[in-house]
Design a protein around this ligand. Sequence first.
Ligand code: PRT
Length: 102
Amino acid sequence: MTDDAADPGADVLDELFAVIEERKETLPEDSYTASLFDHEKGDNAVLEKLGEESTEIVLAAKDDDREELAHESADFVYHLLVLLAMKDMDLADLRAELAERR
Ligand SMILES: N=c1c2ncn([C@@H]3O[C@H](COP(=O)(O)OP(=O)(O)OP(=O)(O)O)[C@@H](O)[C@H]3O)c2ncn1[C@@H]1O[C@H](COP(=O)(O)O)[C@@H](O)[C@H]1O
């Protein structure tokens, strides 16, 4: 059994990051992700979103609402990946930083 068969979501972060990088390169008009890369507020658009999502995570946790906590956490991780791509970083940078702490 491969790791993927054991965990169907194992590659979801890599796949999402690859889509984000593609949107950064091609900037399609109908893409929310592309709109963040091309925003008149620059980096501030995604930074503001990260701030909002952090607050929503805290509120969901305080309410002990696990479904909402998962939803808001996913929103936060998505925007974090957009920020990493914006700064010409990637998941390898994040994984390396975490691995150094083991
Ligand atoms: N994973 C995401 C993703 N997570 C969150 N979001 C967007 O981030 C925004 C979050 O803003 P808000 O917090 O205001 O969200 P909301 O739904 O209005 O309100 P809440 O649910 O937070 O209460 C919404 O517009 C969401 O659609 C995302 N937009 C895109 N993706 C993925 O990014 C890839 C590229 O998609 P496009 O951007 O459509 O090209 C695809 O794989 C998508 O699935």
